[in-house]
Design a protein around this ligand. Structure first.
Ligand code: FAD
Ligand code: SF4
Length: 342
């Protein structure tokens, strides 16, 4: 690891000023991703500005009936928050399906949103990778890509976004509050992340120095009946092969409200808007769920070794929707456990 300076941010504006003034500087949340990447030589910031002690450590109700979540809140604390567990179980379950209890105790909400892809080539500085070194190539397309994207990828990059939490936030239409050099602004989470296109080095639309201060959840009545389901190679400590965040409200056998997002399959959390439109107002039955998923997944472009993700995702999404329709939201989130489905 190369030498670097460390500063503890005193207040949000000072943090932004310090970052903006220093090329290559990085904010430090829990450090569970950034420090690993520094050890691997993927990241080599000359300055770390620690933002974990900024006054962004609480979860507060908002007047419109939602929640304002500070970026410094720890993943385990948000998962255990009673309001989140009651009103947004999909978010609590997604958080508990990520990493391990020790990592969740250290990881912050801001850092979780901006963690980098787990593509093997990205993490290996001896290999080419367009995301790490623009223009150097994408060996994953012909090489090891079993875990990588089947939706929205480009010839330049087939990486997936690794965050479970972000998938639930995408389904919930969360907004991200950002403080930049020009002042504060908010972004829909869908606007925050980008597909790779010809600039896979850019994960998000954020500028250097932009600080995530909060994540805002709107009131989402149907989220009281919501679930997160994740398929992975091991029961714990493993990233999603595919994951599904869903909320469903059914009245008189028909879909009144539905929200659906996928993880492990694209460069960003994938909001399944085609499937949602197909489902809305129709019968809440399995044939309709399958047809809606087929319509969404018609856009999939799997590679040699990851085509299995398409039927796997369809199956998991249909099971989650059917469970919600039948009043079985799935595994309850367990704040002190790993939260995996059993
Ligand atoms: C073994 C292992 C298994 C894991 N499994 C999973 C999993 O299954 N699912 C999952 O979702 N995650 C998983 N993770 C990833 C883990 O969730 C992330 O490492 C963690 O959420 C990152 O949060 P952090 O606060 O430690 O971020 P940091 O490492 O501190 O920062 C990550 C990035 O965010 C930036 N940043 C941090 N805070 C801010 C801010 N407020 N504003 C702007 N930029 C900011 C940093 O500069 C850095 O670029 C795993 C990690 C490990 C090591
Ligand atoms: S998929 Fe993306 S991150 Fe992986 S090697 Fe290709 S360019 Fe790099």
């Amino acid at each position: 690891m190369r030498a670097f300076r460390y500063e503890r941010a005193r207040d949000p504006r000072a943090a932004v000023a310090a970052l903006t003034a220093t090329d290559g500087a990085r904010y430090l949340g829990g450090g569970t991703n950034l420090v690993d990447l520094m050890k691997l030589g993927v990241e080599h910031p000359g300055l770390l500005v620690d933002v974990s002690g900024l006054p962004h450590g609480s979860v507060e109700p908002t007047p419109p009936g939602g929640l304002l979540i500070g970026a410094a809140v720890r993943n385990s604390d948000l998962a255990a928050d009673q309001v989140v567990r009651d009103r947004y179980p999909v978010l609590s379950q997604a958080l508990l399906s990520g990493a391990s209890p020790q990592l969740r105790n250290a990881a912050t909400i801001g850092g979780n949103l901006l963690q980098r892809t787990r593509c093997l080539y990205f993490q290996d500085v001896a290999k080419p990778c367009n995301k790490r070194l623009p223009g150097s190539g994408c060996p994953a397309r012909e090489g090891v890509h079993r875990d990588l994207a089947v939706l929205g990828s480009s010839e330049h990059c087939v990486a997936t976004h690794p965050s479970d939490m972000a998938v639930a936030l995408a389904a919930l239409d969360a907004r991200v509050h950002v403080l930049g050099a020009a002042g504060p602004r908010t972004l829909a989470i869908d606007e925050l992340y980008r597909l790779p296109g010809d600039r896979p080095d850019l994960d998000t639309v954020l500028e250097h120095g932009d600080l995530i201060t909060h994540v805002e959840l709107p009131e989402v009545p149907e989220a009281r009946r919501s679930a997160y389901r994740k398929v992975r190679d091991r029961a714990s400590y493993s990233f999603a092969l595919v994951s599904v965040a869903a909320a469903l409200q059914v009245a008189e056998g028909r879909v009144r409200r539905v929200r659906l997002a996928f993880g492990g399959v694209a460069h960003k959390p994938w909001r399944a808007r085609i499937a949602e439109r197909r489902l809305l107002g129709g019968p809440a039955g399995e044939p309709e769920f399958v047809a809606a998923l087929d319509a969404e997944l018609a856009r999939a472009e799997p590679l040699r070794d990851n085509a299995f993700k398409v039927p796997m995702l369809r199956h998991v999404a249909v099971r989650v929707l059917a469970g919600l329709a039948a009043g079985r939201p799935g595994t309850a989130a367990r704040p002190n456990g790993d939260g995996e489905d059993r």
